[in-house]
Design a protein around this ligand. Structure first.
Ligand code: UDP
Length: 312
C-alpha cells in the first residue's frame, strides 16, 4: 500500500513514517520543514519538501496513493490563542487543500490527526466520541472545523475518512522523539529540568481538579501509529468515523512531574505559576470505541513506561 504522510518530519509524523516503513508500506512524506527536521524522516521513505497547500502541483497525477495520513499542523495551545491567524491558515486552510488533493486525485482513505482539544471545556470524564465538543482554544477549534469538513467530504465524495482524536502523546520509537523548538510539552520539559537540577514550573494550581493542577491522559506515540494503521485499513466508502485515543487514566500535572522524578530517581523542585492561556482543566478519554470497532489496544499503557521510553 502506498501512503502519503503529511508532516512526516515532525515528532508524531517521524514515528508514523518509521512505523509504516517497518510494516512494509511505501511511504511518501510531504513536509515543508517549518517545524520538522529532514533527518527525522526514515531513510526508506520518499521525502518531498513542500507545502500541503501545493500538493496538486507537487505530485504528478500519475502518482497514485492509497491513503493519506494528514498530520501537518501547528499544535501549540497558547500560540493558537495568541496568533489565531496562523492556526486558521495552517490547520484549516492547509487541511482543506489536502482534502481537495484527496478528492481530485481520488485517494480513497483519509486519516486525520484530530485532538482532545476539541472537547476542551466539556465537563464529562471520561470523554467519549459523543461528548459534545467545546474547544477552549483556537487549536481545538481549527481541528474540530476540519473534522466536520472531512465528515462532509466523506459523505459527498466517497472518502473513507477517520479522525483520530489524540490525547496527550509522549514516548519514543526507534530513536524518533520529541524535538519541538521551543519545547512546550510537560513531559520533555520536566525530564530536562529535573535532570538539569532546575525547578519545574506548573501552570496553574487553582483548577477544579483533585490537586488544583490540570489533568491529562497520556498515550504512547507508537500506539497512535498502530491506530493510524487500523484506521487506514477501514474501507467503508463514504463513511466517516471519529475515535478517541488515550489510556483512560488521568494524571494531574503534579502527578506527572512526581512520576518523572521517581523514574529518574532524582528529587525535584516544583514552582507554580499562573494558568497558561487556553488550557482545559481535565482531558481524559475512553478508547472503548476504537477497541470495539477496530481492535485497537494500547501496548504501553502505564505512564511510568511512557516516561521511561521518553528517556531513550
Ligand atoms: N505544563 C506545565 N508546565 C510546562 C509545560 C506544560 O504545567 O512547562 C502543563 C500545561 O499547562 C498543561 C499540561 O502541562 O496543563 C499539558 O500540557 P502540554 O503542553 O504537555 O500538552 P497539551 O495538553 O497542551 O496538549
Amino acid at each position: 500500500m502506498r501512503v502519503l504522510i503529511t508532516g512526516g518530519a515532525g515528532y508524531i509524523g517521524s514515528v508514523m513514517t518509521e512505523y509504516f516503513v517497518a510494516k512494509g508500506f511505501e511511504v511518501w512524506v510531504l513536509d515543508n520543514l517549518s517545524r520538522g527536521y529532514r533527518d527525522a524522516v526514515a531513510d526508506d521513505a520518499i521525502f518531498v519538501e513542500g507545502d500541503i497547500n501545493n500538493a496538486l502541483e507537487i505530485f504528478d497525477s500519475k502518482e497514485r496513493f492509497d491513503g493519506i495520513i494528514h498530520l501537518a499542523a501547528h499544535s501549540r495551545v497558547e500560540e493558537s490563542v495568541q496568533n489565531p491567524s496562523l492556526y486558521w491558515e495552517n490547520n484549516a486552510v492547509g487541511t482543506h487543500s489536502i482534502l481537495e488533493f484527496a478528492r481530485i486525485r481520488e485517494i480513497p482513505r483519509f486519516v486525520f490527526a484530530s485532538t482532545a482539544a476539541v472537547y476542551g471545556l466539556s465537563a464529562q470524564s471520561p470523554i467519549v466520541e459523543d461528548t459534545p465538543p467545546s474547544p477552549a482554544n483556537t487549536y481545538g477549534m481549527t481541528k474540530l472545523t476540519m473534522d466536520m469538513a472531512i465528515d462532509s467530504y466523506s459523505r459527498a465524495y466517497g472518502l473513507t475518512g477517520t479522525s483520530l482524536r489524540f490525547f496527550n502523546v509522549s514516548g519514543t520509537y526507534r530513536g524518533r522523539r520529541e524535538r519541538h523548538l521551543p519545547e512546550t510539552h510537560l513531559i520533555p520539559i520536566a525530564i530536562s529540568k529535573i535532570k538539569g537540577g532546575d525547578k519545574v514550573t506548573i501552570f496553574g494550581s487553582d483548577y477544579p481538579t483533585r490537586d488544583g493542577t490540570c489533568i491529562r491522559d497520556y498515550i504512547h506515540v507508537v500506539d497512535l501509529a498502530r491506530a493510524a494503521e487500523l484506521a487506514l485499513g477501514r474501507s467503508n466508502e463514504g463513511s466517516y468515523k471519529v475515535y478517541n485515543l488515550g489510556n483512560g487514566n488521568g494524571y494531574s500535572n503534579l502527578e506527572v512531574v512526581r512520576t518523572i522524578s521517581e523514574v529518574l530517581g532524582v528529587s525535584c523542585e516544583i514552582e507554580f505559576s499562573k494558568r497558561r492561556d487556553g488550557d482545559a482543566p481535565e482531558l481524559v478519554t475512553s478508547s472503548r470505541l476504537i477497541t470495539e470497532e477496530l481492535g485497537w489496544t494500547p501496548s504501553i499503557p502505564a505512564l511510568a513506561d511512557i516516561v521511561k521510553s521518553s528517556l531513550d
